[in-house]
Ligand binder design. Structure first.
Ligand code: 6PG
Length: 252
């Protein structure tokens, strides 16, 4: 697996271009498994993303040895406003490609309840975060996830922070219901305070259709940067791109 590591643009991100989508998924698995193996010493909190790229990552991760799934907690960066059995459910995709394949206690899987009214689902998830991390003081700083997996849409959205939507201006609530008019739907999403508190963030971005958004994320025009550019975590941030997406940075 070869990769060209560049520090594209002016943002302090590590951008790694790998040969294929599968190489992206394998490298994400290597990084994630290393982090999850700290589950032998303590609880480890992993946030999963929706979309199609994570499916192969989940399949590889399910095969990794020496992860104490008993102490791994699974969270979701966002969810569609659908039941957990719906074809569009991020939870259902994670259950089918990862959670049903590992010995993780059901109580450790923290599902956004897309079947509820959106605001109720957001409040319930925030309560779950506060209870699980013991952050019941309203003035508490957000929880720090050990690893946050994110994707990016071809419009530059990440999680369910879509261009032009209200959630982009939310800096207090940790979880909100976000109306997405361009998709004629509502989503549940983590917000900047929680996303940017993460210790490690991995973007998995594949496909030529992401090139325009990638150039905008790393471009010099701050006004043109899409939501994904707002991910500037306290911890480290690595972008794993396949060659089709990474061609965005080809200057030749
Ligand atoms: C969702 C995802 C979304 C996803 C991107 C990229 O719920 O739709 O959270 O933000 O990460 O759309 O998806 P792909 O991995 O399919 O390119």
């Amino acid at each position: 697996m070869s990769d060209s590591t560049t520090n594209a643009g002016t943002l302090p991100n590590a951008v790694r271009v790998l040969a294929s989508t599968q190489d992206v998924q394998l490298e994400a698995t290597r990084i994630a498994a290393d982090i999850l193996r700290t589950s032998h010493e303590r609880d480890v909190h992993l946030v999963l993303s929706g979309g199609s790229t994570p499916k192969g990552f989940h399949a590889f991760l399910a095969q990794q040895p020496d992860i104490k799934w008993l102490r791994v907690h699974i969270w979701f960066g966002d969810e569609r406003t659908v039941p957990p059995t719906h074809a569009d459910s991020n939870y259902r995709m994670a259950r089918e490609t990862l959670l049903d394949l590992v010995a993780i206690p059901p109580a450790n899987v923290h599902r956004m309840r897309g079947e509820l009214p959106p605001d109720d689902a957001a409040l319930a998830y925030a309560d779950d975060l506060r209870t699980t991390f013991g952050l019941t003081d309203p003035a508490s700083a957000p929880p720090r996830f050990d690893l946050l997996i994110l994707g990016m849409g071809d419009d530059g959205h990440t999680a369910s922070l879509f261009p032009g939507t209200a959630a982009l201006h939310e800096y207090t609530q940790w979880v909100v219901a976000n109306e997405v008019p361009q998709q004629d739907t509502w989503r549940i999403t983590l917000t900047w305070p929680v996303l940017n508190a993460a210790k490690h963030v991995l973007f998995l971005v594949t496909g030529a259709n992401k090139q325009t958004a990638l150039r905008a994320v790393f471009g010099d025009d701050a006004d043109a940067r899409p939501p994904a550019a707002g991910i500037q975590p306290a911890g480290d941030l690595t972008w794993l791109l396949d060659a089709d997406a990474g061609a965005a940075f080809d200057t030749r």
